[in-house]
Design a protein around this ligand. Structure first.
Ligand code: ADP
Ligand code: MG
Length: 477
C-alpha cells in the first residue's frame, strides 16, 4: 500500500515584550529562579490581570504578515488543568475568538512553491518550569516564565512530508524574526513546536487518526521525529493494527517517540471566558499603525532578490533566511552593484563558513559588509585573483586591516601586464620540453599543468586569464 503523510503543526512563539502578558514582571531569560514572578504570576489572591498592549501589537503584526483576518474583538478564556508549574490552576488562552484568524504562508521546497494554510494564531500565557535537577529527589518550581506572552500558531493539516513540515517551520521562524516579535531561540524554548502526524492510503480523502508529538526543540529533531512516527504508524497499519489518538514524547537520544497520554486520559480543560478580563477590542487606528510599519517580508524579499539580482532560488532563499543576513548582502551589493552573484557566492561561501566555524552571528562578523564589498571590488577590477582574495579575506577576518591595506602591505597585487608574465612563461616552457611535446601530441590537459607552474612561480599573483591566453598563444602556434 502507498501511504500519504499528513502533518499539521502547532507552534508556540514567545513574544519579545519587556514585561509579561498580564503583569509588569520582566520576561528576560536566565534570571535567578522566581526573581521575575510578581503577585499576578504567583496567583496570589485578589490580583487582577491587565492585558499588555505590546503583546497584542505583536500578534496583530504576525496576523497582517500572513494575510490573516484580524479579529477586532477577541476573548480570553481559562483553560483549566492542574500542574505544579501553573499556580492559578488555569492558563489564560483564547479558544472561540482568537486575535488572529485564518491566513497562510508560502513555502519553498526544492524549488516548488506551496501555500500552507494557517488556521489561527491566538494569544496565551506561558507556564512556569519544573526543575528536576539539584533537588535531591524533589522538584523545584521556577515561575519566571509564568505569564510570558506566547502566540500559538496553528496550521491546517496541509503538509505532506517531514521536509515540508521543516520548510514551514523555518518559514514561520524566519518570519517572526523579521517581524522582530520573537527571538526564535529554540534552545531556550522561545520557539517550540508540536507536530500532529497521521497517514492515509494515497487514494483516500479522509484523514487518518493522528498522534501529537511533543518535545521537539530543533529543526533536525522535527524532521527525525516525524519520520520515525510515520514509520511507526505504517508498521501498525500494515500489521493490521490501529493507530491510537494520543500524545507522544520525542526522545532525541533514542530517536523514538513514546506514548505520554491517550485520548481517554486527555484533560477536559473546561474552557470558559475569563471573567477578570474584558473582551479585547482593537480599533482601526491601532491596526493601521501596525500595518504601516510592517517591514519587507522574507517571501517578498526573496522574490525581489531573484528579479533584481538575478540570483538562483537557492541563493535568494539562503540569503533571506534572516533579516540581518539579507541586510548584510544588500549593503555589500551597494558597494559593488555590478556583481550581485559574486557577492552572493562569497556571503554563502567564505563568510558563512567563517561564521559557522567560529559559531558567531552575522552581526558579529569581523568582516563587515563594506569590507567584503571592497574586497570583491578588487577581484572585479582585476587587482587580485579570486584565490588571493581568499587569503585577503582571512587577513581581514583576523583584523589586519581592510582589503586595500592588506593587498598593499603584502604586495598581493595581481600581475596583469604581459611583459612581466611572458618571461616567466618562457622560462617554464623552456624547462619542460617533454610536457610541451605531450601537449602538442594531443594531451590538452597539460595546459593546466603549465598554468599551475606559472601561478606557482608568481605566488599566485599572475592574472590567471592572461596566463591562459598567453600560454595558448605560445603553445598552439
Ligand atoms: P485539537 O483541538 O485537538 O488541538 P485541532 O483540530 O485544533 O485539534 O488540530 C490541532 C492540529 O492538528 C492542527 O495543526 C491540525 O492541522 C492538525 N491535525 C488535525 N487533524 C490532523 C490529522 N488527521 N493529521 C495530521 N494533523 C492533523
Ligand atoms: Mg491543540
Amino acid at each position: 500500500m502507498e501511504w500519504e503523510t499528513v502533518i499539521g503543526l502547532e507552534i508556540h512563539a514567545q513574544l519579545k515584550t519587556k514585561s509579561k502578558i498580564f503583569s509588569g514582571a520582566a520576561t528576560a531569560y536566565g534570571a535567578e529562579p522566581n526573581t521575575q514572578a510578581c503577585a499576578v504570576d504567583l496567583a496570589l489572591p485578589g490580583v487582577l490581570p491587565v492585558m499588555n498592549r505590546d503583546a497584542a501589537r505583536m500578534a496583530v503584526k504576525f496576523g497582517l504578515a500572513i494575510g490573516a483576518k484580524i479579529n477586532q474583538t477577541s476573548i480570553f478564556d481559562r483553560k483549566n488543568y492542574f500542574y505544579p508549574d501553573l499556580p492559578k490552576g488555569y492558563q489564560i488562552s483564547q479558544l472561540q475568538l482568537p486575535i488572529v484568524g485564518e491566513g497562510s504562508i508560502t513555502i519553498n521546497v526544492n524549488g516548488e512553491k506551496k501555500t500552507i494554510g494557517i488556521t489561527r494564531a491566538h494569544l496565551e500565557e506561558d507556564a512556569g518550569k519544573s526543575l528536576h535537577e539539584d533537588f535531591h529527589g524533589m522538584t523545584g518550581i521556577d515561575l519566571n516564565r509564568a505569564g510570558t506572552p506566547l502566540i500559538e500558531i496553528v496550521s491546517e493539516p496541509d503538509m505532506r512530508s517531514a521536509t515540508e513540515a521543516v520548510a514551514y517551520l523555518k518559514s514561520i521562524h524566519s518570519l517572526v524574526r523579521y517581524l522582530d516579535i520573537c527571538d526564535g531561540n529554540m534552545q531556550e524554548g522561545s520557539f517550540r513546536c508540536d507536530a500532529n502526524v497521521s497517514i492515509r492510503p494515497r487514494s483516500q480523502e479522509e484523514y487518518g487518526t493522528r498522534t501529537e508529538l511533543k518535545n521537539i526543540n530543533s529543526f533536525r529533531f522535527v524532521e527525525k521525529a516525524i519520520e520515525f512516527e510515520v514509520e511507526r504508524q505504517i508498521d501498525i497499519l500494515e500489521s493490521g493494527g490501529r493507530v491510537v489518538q494520543e500524545t507522544r514524547l520525542y526522545d532525541s537520544d533514542k530517536n523514538e517517540t513514546r506514548s505520554m497520554r491517550s485520548k481517554e486520559e486527555a484533560n477536559d480543560y473546561r474552557y470558559f471566558p475569563d471573567p477578570d478580563l474584558p473582551q479585547m477590542v482593537l480599533e482601526d487606528w491601532f491596526i493601521d499603525a501596525i500595518r504601516a510599519e510592517l517591514p519587507e517580508l522574507p517571501g517578498a524579499r526573496r522574490e525581489r532578490f531573484i528579479s533584481d539580482y538575478e540570483l538562483s532560488d537557492y541563493d535568494a532563499e539562503t540569503l533571506t533566511t534572516s533579516k540581518e543576513l539579507a541586510d548584510y548582502y544588500e549593503q555589500a551589493v551597494a558597494i559593488l552593484p555590478s556583481q550581485p552573484k559574486l557577492i552572493a557566492n562569497w556571503v554563502n561561501g567564505e563568510l558563512s563558513a567563517g561564521l559557522n566555524r567560529n559559531a558567531i552571528r552575522i552581526t558579529e562578523s569581523p568582516v563587515t559588509a563594506t569590507m567584503l564589498g571592497q574586497l570583491l571590488t578588487r577581484i572585479d577590477d582585476n587587482t587580485i585573483s579570486g584565490k588571493i582574495a581568499k587569503e585577503v579575506f582571512e587577513a581581514i577576518w583576523r583584523g589586519e586591516g581592510n582589503a586595500d591595506e592588506i593587498i598593499e602591505k603584502c604586495s598581493l597585487k595581481q600581475i596583469s601586464d604581459n611583459s612581466t608574465i611572458e618571461p616567466v612563461i618562457d622560462e617554464i616552457l623552456s624547462n619542460n620540453p617533454n610536457q610541451i611535446e605531450q601537449y602538442k601530441a594531443g594531451n590538452g590537459k597539460l595546459l593546466g599543468f603549465f598554468v599551475g607552474q606559472v601561478m606557482k612561480a608568481t605566488q599566485g599573483k599572475a592574472n590567471p586569464k592572461q596566463v591562459n591566453e598567453l600560454l595558448r598563444k605560445k603553445l598552439d602556434t
